[in-house]
Design a protein around this ligand. Structure first.
Ligand SMILES: Nc1nc2c(c(=O)[nH]1)N[C@H]1C(S)=C(S)[C@@H](COP(=O)(O)O)O[C@H]1N2
Ligand SMILES: [Mo]
Length: 363
């Protein structure tokens, strides 16, 4: 297909789906504020019940981030090519991939463009098979430096050989027990744990070993080339109020069902791309003092940690709430330089900016 045919196809498809034309989304997370990843869960908000082990984002609320339109893939014709600097190229059918041993695992997907408090984050149970046996069969040549991962929408991203040859890298065909939807990459995507969403191509068509160093689609536009997930935490919920934008405010009456004299429950998630989340702290005085929150301990560092904190304020007024976290790789108990920074910089390395939430307790 030449460029003119491609554009024509995209325009036709966009008329059908009502989605934006290519170019409508020039940031990996700029235009998508219509969905709110829910954290609302009665279990999570009832301090008498233990925190759940997993909190899955329902598919209907899971963010979708695609630079163009979702690709329609005919699974009969579709192949996954493993090619480039390999001893033997492979061309795998969907059936050949399904015939391999399948594993279920939990992983939180987050877009590097997700601002503090943003909704471009979701947690799912994924099903797939390790990529490594296929790469070993293909025989990656010693001169290969990177893998370029290609999607049917011509999306491309790159990673060092060793990153992709980890046993935890998997070819994925199910999400929360369902076949991948078209929007999430049907029939197959790849998950490379520890990295933001841009390193997780959907509609995967080729894994190419290359002998040069190359940047992918978003990386050429200045987004982090490693895109590793830093230690960070997000406030998602205060009582039953969802917190999902940058300058959120919540207000509570003294009495009634969510009256503040009975305590205010603050809840959220914390994530670190490589290490377990050790502790989460909440401040209700703009960062002067910090109290440790209650948290769960997921088995995998790639799944978000859930936390909650019951704040028992004694006086009406306006308060600034913040959350921050420590992981096994930033283990200092005082908030030193390696801690989640307090600034809210709009960084192309992913926001670790801490959300300040204004809470008004009425008299
Ligand atoms: N083929 C393809 N894969 C892609 C993208 C894309 O535009 N095309 N977007 C990436 C980005 S920026 C993110 S954040 C994740 C989002 O995955 P989701 O849409 O399943 O939530 O997909 C990644 N994989
Ligand atoms: Mo993204």
């Amino acid at each position: 297909m030449n460029r003119r045919q491609l554009l024509k196809k995209l325009l036709q498809a966009s008329a059908v789906t009502g989605a934006g034309v290519i170019g409508a989304s020039l940031l990996p997370g700029c235009q998508n504020n219509r969905k709110v990843s829910p954290l609302f869960s009665l279990d999570l908000l009832d301090p008498k019940l233990p925190l759940p082990e997993h909190l899955l984002t329902p598919l209907s609320e899971f963010y979708v981030q695609s630079y163009a339109l979702p690709s329609r893939v005919d699974v009969e014709k579709w192949r996954l090519e493993i090619k480039g600097a390999v001893a033997r190229s492979l061309s795998l059918t969907f059936e050949e991939i399904l015939a391999q041993p399948q594993e279920d695992f939990y992983l939180t997907m987050e877009c590097i463009g997700n601002p503090a408090g943003g909704n471009l984050i979701g947690n799912a149970r994924w099903t797939g098979t390790p990529l490594l046996p296929f790469l070993e069969k293909a025989g990656v040549k010693p001169e290969a430096k990177q893998f370029a991962l290609h999607g049917a929408d011509w999306y491309e991203t790159t990673l060092p050989i060793a990153e992709v040859m980890r046993p935890e890298v998997r070819l994925i065909h199910r999400m929360n027990g369902e076949p991948l939807t078209q929007a999430h990459g049907y029939p197959l995507r790849i998950l490379i744990p520890g990295h933001f969403g841009q390193k997780q191509p959907k509609w995967l068509t080729a894994i190419e070993a290359i002998t040069t160093e190359k940047r992918g689609f978003w990386e050429r536009q200045g987004w982090s080339n490693t895109a590793t997930i830093p230690t960070h935490s997000l406030i998602r919920q205060i009582q039953s109020t969802r917190i999902w934008n940058r300058h959120h405010q919540a207000s509570f009456l003294p009495s009634g069902e969510t009256g503040w004299t009975q305590g205010i429950l603050v809840a959220g998630v914390a994530l670190d791309g490589a290490a377990a989340v050790k502790r989460v702290f909440v401040s209700t005085d703009g960062g002067k003092t910090w109290e440790q929150a209650e948290q769960n301990h997921p088995q995998s560092p790639h799944e978000w940690t859930l936390w909650r904190y019951l704040w028992q304020p004694s006086q009406p007024g306006t308060y600034t709430l913040l959350a921050r976290t420590e992981s096994a790789r930033s283990p200092h108990s005082n908030f030193g330089a390696s801690q989640q920074p307090l600034d809210d910089a709009n960084s192309k390395d992913g926001s670790s900016g801490v959300l300040r939430v204004q809470v008004k307790l009425q008299a």
